[in-house]
Design a protein around this ligand. Structure first.
Ligand SMILES: Nc1nc2c(ncn2[C@@H]2O[C@H](COP(=O)(O)OP(=O)(O)O)[C@@H](O)[C@H]2O)c(=O)[nH]1
Ligand SMILES: Nc1ncnc2c1ncn2[C@@H]1O[C@H](COP(=O)(O)OP(=O)(O)O)[C@@H](O)[C@H]1O
Length: 188
């Protein structure tokens, strides 16, 4: 069986990564599996442990890191985030195209380890719209929103390292473009 692709999707907090994903994730022809990350961030209302993230303590996270259980990891606005390696390998060996929704430092680590990973960066139409979206989500206190927005400008500079850059103006259109990109690489 052909090994599945490794697909990285990055973009600043609030750009719409999760929203876009909900438009294409269930498309069976893409044969996708979402890699659930580990994080020390507290769950948001409605987030499910083991589905959205594996919510964990700093201590447990550091143990996983030291044991070499993570494909990549990074600290983002005061919390650790990382990708459990074993599950990614298992799914790819089953032929699934594995989607990593990770920030820019982690993406750099994955590209170094897996140069054939397919990478996509999502940008907002403009920074005012990004601010509107992250505030509109009402998931973080003001202080954290400020920190995430302050990080966004630096993250946008990393877009050049990605194979594709997509603007999330209309989420359906952005999802359709991602579908086309994945299909092209599946049949390459
Ligand atoms: N490096 C890395 N980044 C991750 C991982 N999981 C999530 N992230 C990124 O961490 C950042 C913060 O995620 P989160 O707190 O869920 O906020 P959101 O992206 O605004 O919904 C986002 O850029 C995520 O893409 C991971 O396993 N590794
Ligand atoms: N194209 C879009 N136009 C307007 N609002 C959007 C668009 N895409 C996402 N949103 C909204 O922006 C907010 C952040 O989206 P989300 O998917 O949580 O971002 P991310 O996963 O990148 O942090 C949500 O409230 C979502 O409904």
């Amino acid at each position: 069986m052909k090994r599945g692709l490794l697909i990285i999707i990055s973009g600043p907090s609030g750009v719409g990564k999760g929203t876009i994903r909900s438009y294409f994730m269930q498309d069976e022809s893409l044969c996708l599996a979402y890699s659930t990350s580990m994080t020390t961030r507290k769950p948001r209302v409605g987030e499910v442990d083991g589905k959205d993230y594996f919510f964990t303590t700093r201590d447990q996270f550091e143990k996983a890191m030291e044991a070499g259980e993570l494909l990549e990891w990074a600290e983002f606005v005061g919390n650790y985030y990382g990708t459990p390696l074993r599950e990614v390998e298992r799914l790819r060996n089953e032929g699934k195209n594995v989607l990593l929704e990770i920030e820019v430092q982690g993406a750099t680590q994955v590209r170094e380890k897996c140069p054939d990973a397919l990478s996509i960066f999502i940008v907002p139409p403009n920074m005012e719209e990004l601010e509107k979206r992250i505030r509109g989500r009402r998931s973080e206190p003001e202080e954290i929103v400020q920190q995430r927005l302050a990080k966004a400008a630096g993250e946008m500079k990393m877009a050049k390292d990605y194979k594709y850059v997509i603007c999330n103006d209309d989420p359906q259109l952005a999802a359709d473009m991602i579908k086309l990109i994945i299909k092209k690489h599946m049949h390459a």
